[in-house]
Design a protein around this ligand. Sequence first.
Ligand code: SAM
Length: 212
Amino acid sequence: MDREFWLKKWRENQIGFHQPDTNAFLRRHWTKMRLRPGARVFAPLCGKSHDMLWLRAQGMSVVGVELARNAVEQFFEESGLTPVVSMCGVFERFEVEGLALLVGDIFDLDALTLGRVDATYDRAALIALPEPMRARYADRLLALAGHAPQFLVTISYDQAMASGPPFSVGEEEIRSRYGDRYEIKTIEWTDIPGGFRKAGPATETSWLLTPR
Ligand SMILES: C[S@@+](CC[C@H](N)C(=O)[O-])C[C@H]1O[C@@H](n2cnc3c(N)ncnc32)[C@H](O)[C@@H]1O
């Protein structure tokens, strides 16, 4: 799953992962993160998710990173916001009040370029990646934001019956990747109507990761 895989998805508008509305888990449970107004929320692999606008509307300051420039352009066009565009190291930065999106590869991102992080919102980021990229991703996330709480949304299904993305990530894997640094709690889970492709039953789960 190299860069070209995702760039092609965006070029060809194959973005079934994009949700037309704000994520329901996010809306219902974000307050459990207990953040102050103005808290800076990191959205890794952010796509053009509406969730970022919702977080901004809750008084959060959002910083996202996304490989596809196309996605970031669409985000601003569709939201009617006009960003200021600048270069920030190897990243192109699109910014409006309370929201900055960095175009580039998360594996090139360093803490200085990212800036302060008070919380992370991962929806369809960890599960977008195959093994062993998930291991690299989780390590990168811990290095960039391992001190901050994380709101994580995953999907699980029988991986032997279908291929990702999205990839199936269950509790055992979450604990093995993040358990040393975080207390991990399930917030809410729901069965996905119709299941996942040929795999049949599938579950979407939201998790609260609190630094130890
Ligand atoms: C499954 S989508 C999820 C997007 C978004 N989180 C959402 O909920 O709609 C994964 C996104 O990650 C981006 N992506 C994949 N690899 C990346 C990388 N190494 N660095 C930054 N973004 C990446 C893809 O272009 C794609 O938009």
